[in-house]
Design a protein around this ligand. Structure first.
Ligand code: SAH
Length: 364
């Protein structure tokens, strides 16, 4: 293999087409390769039997297919599986599979750590190291499919992908979009657009860009309906306040009125869980095709918050439901293995993480 081998795992359809043109092969090779790699999980060129021998030899000498490596697997009593994946010598990320009766959701990471500093999130406390490459993002789907022994008939099948793991996906826009294109490509994972969800803490320019380039299902980490409080809980709000966020959401669904935006709302005791704030949420979402997911806060070492009581969450929910907003309280899954929302940490090599993350915030 040449020292600068192209990693075919990093290439989406466009990238593979460019690569084929460069080496004088037809575009037809792109779909063949996508199928081998992503549908059959094959990375050994010799096994790709419908490619000519000379082409296989060329691929073997000039390219490689490299995805992250699993270093640990944990399975929760509720069936949730969490993989720790090494992405380079110092950094690891986490990916979570959440099986339900009628579907299997894979929660995928987009960055090593996160620069956004949301106050209630364990990933934020790790600081930020770097963006993940396309291969490191789609590799999470590739590895999970392989580990689950995915076949169309098993119930341990990936039917949905949520970009809700470590990191802020809109800050790694190009790589995340390329990976999502692969998730939806019928020669790769063949997921419908509605089955791929991107969750953002509110990077407003990224929402417009996503609308124009790859309008998958959108989830917004709202967590507070008023700027005063959201500025503290989700600091990116200081840069992109709630009004601008809601405008972006309106425009996101504008072109396709059947779409709905999911608003996530972590329930923090005595912080954002009052009835008055529930009424503010109702006002804020008026006229938007929206549903709300209330997420019971998942504690972690060093967290300064507690989860709201069951009764408070129910009352908050009732207020929203009364106003006609579909609201569900998300079931906590995988918390015994720290795989629940906001508990993903991986291993982030970054001594100056806090400093750098503050610098990042200033330059978003
Ligand atoms: N950065 C993106 C993707 C992460 S999604 C975003 O913020 O949307 C992970 C979801 O879990 C987000 O809604 C996040 O706010 C929420 N979350 C973070 N920490 C949590 C915690 N400790 N308990 C419950 N939910 C949490």
């Amino acid at each position: 293999m040449s020292p600068v081998a192209t990693n075919l795992g990093d290439l989406d359809v466009k990238g593979l087409n460019v690569f084929m043109a460069k080496i004088g092969e037809s575009r037809f090779r792109t779909s063949q390769l996508l199928k081998w790699i992503h549908q059959f999980g094959i990375v050994d060129f010799d096994a790709m039997t419908n490619l000519s021998k000379s082409f296989r030899q060329r691929l073997a000498s000039d390219t490689e297919i490299r995805f992250p490596e699993i270093v640990d697997t944990q399975e929760s009593t509720d069936g949730t599986i969490k993989w720790l994946l090494r992405v380079d010598s110092g950094n690891s990320i986490e990916t979570v599979f959440i099986p339900e009766n009628d579907r299997g959701t894979l929660c995928v990471s987009s960055q090593v750590g996160c620069p956004l500093d949301c106050q209630f999130c364990a990933t934020a406390k790790q600081g930020f190291n770097r963006n993940l490459s396309v291969g490191e993002i789609i590799g999470q789907v590739w590895l999970a499919a392989r580990e689950l022994g995915q076949t169309p008939k098993t119930n341990r099948r990936i039917t949905n992908v949520v970009m809700m793991g470590m990191g802020e996906p809109l800050l790694n826009f190009d790589n995340v979009v390329s990976a999502m294109e692969l998730m939806m490509d019928d020669h790769a994972y063949n997921l419908a657009r509605k089955k791929v969800t991107l969750s953002t803490a509110g990077h407003v320019p990224g929402i417009y860009r996503l609308r124009d380039t790859c309008p998958v299902s959108l989830a917004i980490s709202l967590h507070a309906p008023i700027d005063e409080l959201r500025d503290v809980l989700v600091p990116i709000n200081r840069k992109y306040p709630i009004d601008s966020l809601i405008d972006a959401c309106r425009s996101y669904v504008g072109s396709n009125p059947h779409d709905q935006i999911t608003f996530e709302y972590v329930m923090l005791k005595d912080v954002n869980d009052s009835q008055a704030l529930a009424r503010d949420v109702v006002k804020l979402l008026r006229g938007l095709p929206a549903k709300v997911n209330l997420i019971p806060f998942n504690p972690f070492d060093g967290a300064n918050y507690e989860c709201s009581s069951r009764e408070t969450i129910d009352e908050f929910r009732r207020e929203l439901v009364k106003a006609g907003i579909v609201t569900i309280t998300r079931k906590t899954r995988g918390d015994d293995i720290d795989a629940a929302c906001g508990q993903l940490v991986g291993k982030v090599l970054s001594k100056s993480a806090r400093r750098r993350s503050q610098h990042k915030m200033a330059t978003l």
